[in-house]
Design a protein around this ligand. Structure first.
Ligand code: SAM
Length: 182
């Protein structure tokens, strides 16, 4: 079985947007307890590399390391483990909430922006990016750089995401590639 309810969110996003294809190299940011990695492996990913602050019981077919994605060394460690450009970068990272809505919102957007920056460094042309964000305004700021970097950018609230939660996902596909001079 799946280790998390979150697994169903990725399944629903994949059914709607056809993100995971056999043989893909996939990065799973905020992977604990391992549900999204399980789904990626089950759907035929060739390579899955993940990271979380928390330890994760081994997921067969995936390599998940313990670490803080804010750590400046982390992107290179993930890149080395992946052994080549990624086809899909997934981020379900959510910082611990402080209870102060504005602060929580800024922290999750900061993590999503870091994930976006990482994605634009590691993705192969044509690649995809999915990140958890929260409704509340500033997630709109991410749309401008995302629309420059990807052919298609959409917001989605998978049915498995609780209605009363302001969580939603940005789904970007068709990475345009790194341009010279950037
Ligand atoms: N997608 C996962 C699954 O299906 O099992 C669930 C992910 S859970 C909603 C969010 C995770 O993000 C938590 O396990 C948390 O530890 C992780 N996280 C939050 N901030 C992080 C950071 N700075 N670096 C790495 N992981 C982080």
């Amino acid at each position: 079985g799946w280790r998390s309810r979150a697994a169903f969110k990725l399944i629903e996003l994949d059914e709607r947007f056809h993100l995971i294809k056999p043989g893909m190299r996939i990065v799973d940011l905020g992977a604990a307890p391992g549900g999204w990695s399980q789904v990626a492996v089950k759907r035929g990913a060739g390579e899955v590399v993940g990271v979380d602050l928390l330890p994760v019981d081994p997921v067969s077919g995936a390599t998940i390391i313990q670490g803080d994605f804010n750590d400046p060394d982390l992107p290179d460690r993930l890149r080395e483990l992946l052994g080549g450009p990624a086809d899909l970068v997934l981020s379900d990272m959510a910082p611990n909430t402080t209870g102060h809505a504005a602060t929580d919102h800024l922290r999750i957007i900061a993590l999503a922006e870091l994930a976006l920056h990482f994605a634009t460094e590691i993705l192969a042309e044509g690649g995809g990016f999915v990140a958890k964000v929260f409704q509340g305004g500033s997630e709109r700021d991410m749309l401008v750089p995302m629309k420059q970097a990807f052919a298609s950018v959409r917001h989605a609230k998978p049915p498995a995401s609780r209605k009363e939660s302001s969580e939603l996902y940005v789904v970007a596909t068709g990475f345009r590639g790194r341009r010279s001079g950037e």
